[in-house]
Design a protein around this ligand. Sequence first.
Ligand SMILES: Cc1cc2nc3c(=O)[nH]c(=O)nc-3n(C[C@H](O)[C@H](O)[C@H](O)COP(=O)(O)OP(=O)(O)OC[C@H]3O[C@@H](n4cnc5c(N)ncnc54)[C@H](O)[C@@H]3O)c2cc1C
Length: 328
Amino acid sequence: MKILNNISLVQYSTFRIGGSAEYFIEVKNQAELIEAVAWAKARRLPIYILGNGSNTLIADAGIKGLVIRNLTGEIKVLDSIQAFSNKKIPPRFQLVEPDPELTNLTYDESQFPPVLVTLDSGVYLPKAIFQLIAQGITGLEWFAGIPATAGGATYINLHGANKFWSDYLIEAEILDPAGQIKTTAADDFHYDYDQSVLKDSGDLVLAVTLRLRRGPKEQALKIAKYRQLKKAHQPQRSLGCVFQNLSAAEQKRLYLPTPSIGYLIDKKLNLKGTKIGGAWIPEKHAGFVENLGGATAADVLQLIELVKKRAKQQLDLDLKLEIVLWLN
Ligand SMILES: Cc1cc2nc3c(=O)[nH]c(=O)nc-3n(C[C@H](O)[C@H](O)[C@H](O)COP(=O)(O)OP(=O)(O)OC[C@H]3O[C@@H](n4cnc5c(N)ncnc54)[C@H](O)[C@@H]3O)c2cc1C
């Protein structure tokens, strides 16, 4: 096991922002991940697990403790299953102008035979989705182009178009804070929009089991390519949407045509194009903050405060963060 000291985390966040980790390790399989956790626990160090760093704002001052970069990558296709039902979450996705391409591509998944697939939590979804489709396994195409690992997706309940990760998750293998490995059913994560108990439990996800389909390969490929292309036009040196989209009640109260946070920041708060230091609210997508080069976490936090303050003052709206702050 190779624990490193004082390693810059800049390259491990899609934002390209952040200080150094006091201790740092990259793990390539579950045994290494478990060993790294045990190493930190024996020294009573805080443990931080990083997937692809596409949703995490890392403090300029760095992180005290052990940062584990999760590169576990095993994918296993298991047996088919029949019964499965999970809580349905109302999507917060609705375009001001409907996208006919997206509507045309949508299909009824339920008519295709289910198949169980297990992914290590470090599996990088943009690659895995195409690998699975090549094997005739469909379902995850809605998440194509999102730079997430399976662990990050499980933590936040990843959403793509009107699908959620929790639509597919059956269970996850967890390493709990006491060092026990256990299996947790998807329902026990109490998923909602951008919400899971993982945010408070301190559990680490080792692997996930998904219910996918032996579905329409060509159709899924079209969807994946379409979604990938759309995502490629978004600012990449970012963490995706900084704030959550609005709830149905908030959208209704404000008479908005969409729950999109980008729409709100652009059209209602007029903050598109605002720049602080090296960070700005980009023209392309006002829900994002983009690093123009040399941005600091402090710049981003100031922008966040500005948007929150304006939303409160002008609309009496309490915006909720979608990104994770590592500010110890
Ligand atoms: C260009 C761009 C587009 C995006 N588009 C979308 C989108 O359409 N929909 C969407 O939902 N998100 C989107 N995002 C945000 C982001 O990709 C997702 O939130 C994703 O799930 C984060 O995964 P990650 O592996 O990068 O997580 P990280 O940023 O590495 O981690 C996020 C949090 O999850 C925790 N975590 C990671 N792995 C584990 C694990 N194994 N066990 C326990 N906790 C863990 C981390 O500790 C951290 O608290 C986008 C981001 C970018 C940059």
